[in-house]
Design a protein around this ligand. Structure first.
Ligand code: KG4
Length: 331
């Protein structure tokens, strides 16, 4: 029997609430705090938590109205328990546990990283999710490649320094663009098709990634006397950053002989990454719909529904507001 659940995501700078009935998303409402953080060039944790507490109840109300539900229709609550910013995670945890106490329904803590990996399937039957796959998680805080075997996710490689989304944000800052840099660099890439500028692609052995060398290379060229424009550097950076991801996917495909690839996280919105993955003829690629690429509560709710369907999760007690800011993928 599928349950009606409310999902809460507050791991960073998006206050996102969703209501799901089984696999179906009945409503998803997100308030992005980007404009408030932009003037500081990045996310300020204290400001983020204040903004979450200011908006979260209004967003819950909007989501309920949109789904045509009352609080008393809810049967369980999911919230992001980690990883993320401690102050912002705590806002979601307090609200989730308070609602759980008042409504006398169970509350569950969900791993944000794991939910990104299942995000390509939001809205689809759990039976359609391939049992074995290679997954790539690419966001502002993580660059992880691994293997899904049944319900188990194991990491085979990750970044040794910056995450790929972080590199997009840092390079955008170097070039004088605002935060977050990923969508801005991607938009420049799509309009500036002519440059012949090429940036170095890191080539660490096996499945480890590195992005700090690429960032430094862009900084160096930017500071030199030369004819390259900012747009040239942005396009060259995007090609090198995405090529590294594609190289690792190809290597994992060859080594593990798995023909399903799941890609999740903010950088999965990237146009070049999507185009190149869709163009390949070797493997089947599963990417989230664009509104499920970035942080959102639908993925938190969908993962809870998945875990409930396969009996993989237990409710938390609703005392305390423990969160896990440094939670790893397989914890
Ligand atoms: O998954 P996400 O919303 O937040 C977490 O980090 O958990 O990812 C945000 C990251 C930012 O670094 C942003 O610059 C990047 O995703 N991003 C993109 C694109 N859209 C967002 N990077 C490259 N191309 C994009 N189109």
């Amino acid at each position: 029997m599928s349950k009606i659940i409310l999902a809460i995501e507050t791991s960073c700078d998006d206050t996102s609430i969703a209501i799901l009935d089984g696999e179906d998303v009945l409503s998803l409402k997100t308030h992005s705090q980007i404009e408030e953080h932009q003037k500081f060039g990045g996310v300020i944790p204290e400001l983020a938590s204040r903004l979450h507490s200011k908006t979260i109840f209004a967003i819950i109300e909007l989501t309920l109205i949109d789904a045509n539900m009352k609080l008393t229709d809810l049967e369980a609550i999911a919230f992001t328990i980690g990883p993320g910013l401690v102050n912002t995670l705590q806002i979601g945890a307090i609200v989730a546990k308070t609602l759980s106490s008042l409504l006398k329904i169970p509350v569950y803590g969900i791993n944000h990283l794991e939910s990104h990996i299942y995000s390509p399937f939001i809205g689809e039957k759990f039976s359609s999710i391939p049992k074995e796959a290679i997954f790539l998680l690419v966001s502002g805080g993580n660059t992880i490649i691994g293997i899904k075997n049944g319900h188990d996710l194991s990491t085979i490689g990750e970044t040794r320094d910056d995450a790929v989304g972080e590199a997009f944000d840092k390079v955008a800052k170097i070039l004088g663009y605002s935060y977050p840099g990923g969508p801005i660099i991607d938009a420049i890439f799509q309009t500036n098709k002519k440059t012949s500028f090429r940036a170095p692609v890191s080539n660490l052995p096996e499945f480890d990634f590195s992005y700090s060398g690429l960032k430094s290379a862009i900084l160096k060229v930017y500071q030199e006397e030369n004819d390259w424009t900012k747009e040239d550097l942005a396009r060259g950076f995007q090609i090198a950053a995405i090529t590294q991801l594609l190289n690792k996917i190809k290597l994992a495909y060859k080594k593990y002989n798995l023909s399903n690839i799941f890609v999740g996280g903010g950088v999965s919105a990237n146009s070049l990454l999507r185009f190149k993955l869709e163009e390949n003829e070797d493997y089947r690629v599963f990417v989230p719909k664009l509104n499920y690429s970035l942080d959102n509560a639908a993925m938190i709710g969908y993962l809870l529904q998945y875990k409930l369907a396969f009996n993989l999760i237990k409710p938390l007690d609703n005392l305390g507001v423990d969160v896990k800011p440094k939670l790893k993928l397989n914890e």
